[in-house]
Design a protein around this ligand. Structure first.
Ligand SMILES: C[S@@+](CC[C@H](N)C(=O)[O-])C[C@H]1O[C@@H](n2cnc3c(N)ncnc32)[C@H](O)[C@@H]1O
Length: 272
């Protein structure tokens, strides 16, 4: 698949999710999709607390993350934070509460429907220290040396040009600025059928890369002291699932193979 086609499919899929977010997730082909649509429970299983969930505007948590990048770094008052692929704004609101009115949070997302949702949520919560910008993480609409912390949650695996994403991250970070990224990575190459599945790509599995390669990509951008920590195995998929992502992934596995042996959630940190 060409990069442009991948982007179009990803944008269309997350556009649909943004529109349908309050409906049952029967047709939701996405990261961390759950058939019972219980986003809060999904979030608690990936290190968000009850307090985190309660302190953000209702509708900002769509259960799309694969970790909690904010839990692993300490954001300070007054800092400028950039969220790559901010979705409906969940992590941006948590970050904004931490950096306070003297700080600033910028969320970038390429899906207009997500951006609209995030902006509505910011209005609902009276947030004045957040700005949501339409843009691609491979071409960040953000100035050079202007950001203290880049966060991201389950997004970079969706980019067909991860090297370019990290070059952009390096460009926008201030000297000494840091990254705190939750993402999906692989322990070994996926079976071909999964590699070729559009559902698996959009669902944050097909575009993931092996951990060592991920580390090389981040280091090639110039970032220092890069660490990739495995946080958990992929969520279990019910063998009888009707979710298209779950089905595509299970159908792509051979007998006696389990997704857990391939896919893990990771936390990536490092600094400029
Ligand atoms: C799995 S969701 C995660 C959303 C959010 N980070 C969260 O945890 O709720 C992926 C998001 O990344 C956005 N996205 C994917 N690829 C992107 C790209 N290349 N540039 C900008 N946004 C992108 C999608 O539009 C979607 O909102």
């Amino acid at each position: 698949m060409k990069d442009k086609n991948i982007k179009k499919l990803v944008r269309e899929s997350y556009g649909r999710i943004a529109k349908q977010y309050s409906n049952c997730c029967d047709n939701k082909t996405s990261c961390s999709c759950s058939e019972n649509n219980n986003f809060d429970e999904i979030s608690k299983s990936i290190e968000y607390t009850e307090k985190d969930i309660k302190e953000v505007p209702v509708g900002s948590n769509l259960g799309l993350g694969c970790g909690n990048p904010i839990a692993y770094t300490s954001l300070k008052e007054g800092e400028t934070v950039l969220d790559l692929g901010s979705g409906a704004g969940f992590d941006c609101f948590l970050a904004a509460n931490k950096v306070g009115v003297k700080g600033k949070v910028i969320g970038v997302d390429m899906t207009p429907e997500m951006l609209e949702k995030a902006r509505e949520n910011a209005l609902k919560g009276n947030y004045e220290n957040i700005e949501f910008r339409l843009g691609e993480i491979e071409n960040l609409p953000v100035g050079d040396n202007s950001v203290d912390v880049v966060i991201s949650n389950c997004v970079i695996n969706l980019s067909a040009d991860k090297q370019r994403v990290f070059r952009e991250v390096y460009r926008v970070l201030k000297p000494g600025g840091r990254i705190a990224i939750s993402d999906i990575a692989l322990l070994k190459s996926l079976p071909k059928r999964i590699q070729e599945s559009i559902e698996a790509y959009v669902g944050c599995v097909g575009g993931a890369v092996i951990i060592d390669k991920y580390k090389r990509i981040v280091e090639a951008s110039g970032l220092k002291d890069v660490r990739i920590t495995v946080k958990g195995s992929s969520e279990c998929i019910d063998p009888d699932t009707k979710d298209p992502l779950g089905r595509a992934i299970l159908d792509g596995l051979g007998e006696d193979e389990f997704l857990e042996g391939y896919v893990v959630s990771v936390y990536v940190d490092g600094h400029k």
